[in-house]
Design a protein around this ligand. Structure first.
Ligand code: ADP
Ligand code: MG
Length: 249
């Protein structure tokens, strides 16, 4: 049993079958990559995991509990955090303030006012935020406005905002999209460090095969909404079906 178990998930948008009978099992403490051509249904699948979309049929279990019928905030509280395709940060706030925000977020999406008022919890939260900024190598940028960060640093900040919630499952939708090679390599290093230093499982959607092969323990190839094959990176590389359907060779 994986920490995440997706069974028989279907999702239609009008006449379009975006997901058709998707089964996926993500092992605890692994990095599981989901790859596939544009329009394969990768983001739709991720949206079904975080409560942004509800599958038409099928089940999604996280650590033995169904996520279906729960709001995105409730699912977040269960221990699932998501890094978006475009960073969702607060540009007018500093890096440090951005990392503090999720510390005070509550189950219903409002803020824990008593916690904000309590000096002790303010200090605890500030220490926690500081530690996370150290972990992602952004401590020297903590007083900068988030809007003035480079694209790579914005994504790094968003990662910090997820990590401060101490998720058990981190979902990443194309974390290196639009990045220059240097930033991509930094992100690979960061994700490796996160993987090694924490009790965390990651499911990552990624176009860049260099990133996928650098990080993934298992890879699922999605084509036209259906898993084509699931295997180790070594086996995926040489898989004839994958070459044909995805790599186009
Ligand atoms: P991927 O992330 O693999 O590129 P998506 O999951 O975004 O693919 O999309 C899968 C298919 O579903 C695409 O054909 C896309 O146009 C369609 N789709 C995605 N979201 C919606 C939506 N909200 N309404 C209608 N069609 C959608
Ligand atoms: Mg997508």
């Amino acid at each position: 049993m994986g920490i995440l178990e997706v069974k028989g998930v279907n999702k239609r948008f009008g006449g379009l079958q975006a997901l058709g009978d998707v089964n996926l099992s993500v092992a605890e403490q692994s990095v599981h990559a989901i790859i596939g051509p544009n329009g394969a249904g990768k983001s739709t699948l991720l949206n079904c995991l975080v409560g942004k979309l509800i599958p038409d049929t099928g089940s999604v279990m996280f650590d033995g509990q169904s996520v279906l019928g729960r709001s995105p905030h409730q699912i977040n509280q269960m221990g699932i955090s998501r890094v978006f395709q475009t960073p969702e940060i607060f540009g007018d706030l500093t890096v440090f303030e951005n990392v503090l925000i999720p510390c005070f977020a509550r189950r219903d999406g409002a803020f824990e006012l008593n916690a904000i008022r309590s000096v002790r919890s303010q200090r605890d939260m500030a220490e926690k935020a500081e530690q996370i900024l150290m972990d992602v190598n952004m401590v020297d940028k903590r007083h900068m406005h988030a809007a003035s960060l480079s694209r790579g640093d914005k994504r790094r900040l968003e990662m910090a905002m997820c990590l401060v919630q101490e998720p058990r499952l981190l979902l990443l939708d194309e974390p290196t999209a639009g990045m220059a090679r240097a930033d991509t390599n930094n992100t690979i290093d960061l994700l490796r460090e996160i993987k090694e230093s924490r009790d965390i499982t990651m499911a990552i959607i990624e176009h860049d095969m260099h990133v996928v092969f650098s990080l993934a323990d298992r890879i699922t190839v999605l084509a036209q909404g259906t898993p084509l094959v699931e295997d180790t990176p070594e086996n995926i590389k040489g898989h004839p079906k994958v070459q044909e359907a995805y790599l186009g060779t």
